[in-house]
Design a protein. Structure first.
Length: 399
């Protein structure tokens, strides 16, 4: 198990989570195969493991009843709160959208923009038992859109229904033992979500504007407060649960135990392969805390933090090894057991931070533009084929 993926906040089990982990595995196996790290080579099909700690995260006694639930009249009163940020993003990008074909409009701008929405609908509507098919679809659709940003056949597509039909004919399963016979069932569920998106966009037309007629992103963020509040609520809830219950090196808490067990199993299973840890969001913070204090004996060939708050929590001195005496112009010490470190952040992702101005030994601290909207940006990295392409290039640039 040479690659361990430590997930972040707001992650809970279900068909969508399972499908996403399968997709991430497929992306990593496709783009990181045979990568050379610290003089050691990953196998042709790297194994990826996902220690799951979401069930140990925060729970809300009244199911977030404390959050304000304003009427969403500015967005036409769409009933599906989860779609509000996406609808706002579409209207912000296309305030005049005369033909009310949002997916087609996005595709004409660039096919990958539409496919990312379609992939989101696929994951959100994943059915139990169909997770493998959904994951394979996400991987193949993202790769197809990246390779075909403006396909000629788009000129003949006039409706979202026609766009989905064309994609169903052109995107084929990737093959291998996990691929199923086709994507028909996935597209059927996507179509249901696409109809909700179209209906929401129609309801928003002419309503979600300010007095000057502008559909400004700052105003959109206010109208999507339900989704933002839920995201922030779970973010801070999971953060508090981790830091309050992490324990000490001699007596680790529940979350550290789960993650450390995965680290030990990975090292034991493949002692001659490079050991890679990929930490997303709070997963990067947890990894830093575990490697620096709980288990400094674990040597990591490559630590990849993505959309993470690693430096942010060092600035407020929350790690067990944080030293309040270390301040600028000094930098915090990168744990000696981290051989190489790549940090990736999206400036649009409000939960991601740079690290090289805080820590003393960072190989690569690189921005990555997910080209999506604020609330979605935090999870968009791992659904984009080009993210893994860039990651492989960064790995190859390491000393």
């Amino acid at each position: 198990m040479p690659i361990v993926f430590v997930h972040g906040v707001n992650t809970r089990e279900g068909p969508g989570y399972k499908a996403e982990t399968l997709a991430i595995s497929a992306f990593l196996q496709k783009h990181l195969n045979s990568a050379v790290i610290a003089g050691k080579t990953l196998p042709a099909v790297p194994t990826v493991t996902f220690p799951y700690w979401g069930d140990l995260g925060t729970a809300f006694a009244w199911n977030m009843a404390s959050l304000p639930r304003p009427e969403m009249q500015a967005l036409g009163g769409s009933g599906d709160i989860a779609l509000q940020p996406l609808l706002a993003h579409i209207r912000d990008s296309f305030p005049d959208l005369p033909d009310q074909q949002p997916l087609t409009a996005l595709a004409r701008k660039r096919l990958s923009l539409a496919v990312e929405v379609i992939n989101e609908l696929a994951l959100a509507n994943a059915a139990q038992g169909a997770e493998v098919e959904v994951a394979d679809f996400v991987v193949q659709a993202s790769a197809f859109a990246e390779a075909n940003p403006q396909p000629a056949w788009l000129a003949n597509v006039q409706t979202d229904e026609a766009l989905l039909a064309e994609l169903s004919n052109r995107i084929q399963p990737g093959g291998g033992p996990q691929a199923l016979g086709g994507f028909g069932a996935v597209f059927n569920r996507i179509k249901v979500g696409a109809l909700k998106v179209k209906d929401g966009v129609k309801k928003m037309a002419g309503k979600a504007v300010d007095k000057a007629g502008d559909f400004a992103s700052t105003k959109l963020l206010a109208t999507t407060r339900d989704s933002l509040n839920e995201t922030l609520g779970r973010f801070f809830g999971d953060v508090f649960i981790y830091f309050n219950g992490r324990g000490e090196a001699a007596n680790p808490g529940a979350i550290p135990k789960v993650v450390l067990q995965a680290f030990d199993q990975a090292r034991a299973a493949a002692p001659n392969e490079p050991f890679v840890i990929l930490g997303h969001s709070l997963g990067g913070v947890i990894t830093m805390d575990l490697l620096s204090h709980f288990r400094p004996d674990i040597n990591v060939d490559l630590f990849i933090s993505v959309g993470s708050q690693v430096a942010h929590f060092e600035e407020i001195k929350l790690y067990r090894v944080s030293d309040r005496a270390i301040k600028p112009p000094q930098k915090a010490k990168t744990p000696a057991n981290i051989n190489r470190w790549i940090n990736i952040f999206d400036p649009v992702d409000i939960f991601s931070y740079s690290v090289d101005r805080v820590f003393d030994r960072v190989n690569i601290d690189a921005p990555y533009d997910t080209e999506t909207y604020v609330i979605k940006a935090h999870s968009a990295y791992f659904q984009q084929d080009r993210f893994y392409q860039r990651l492989r290039a960064r790995i190859e640039a390491l000393p």
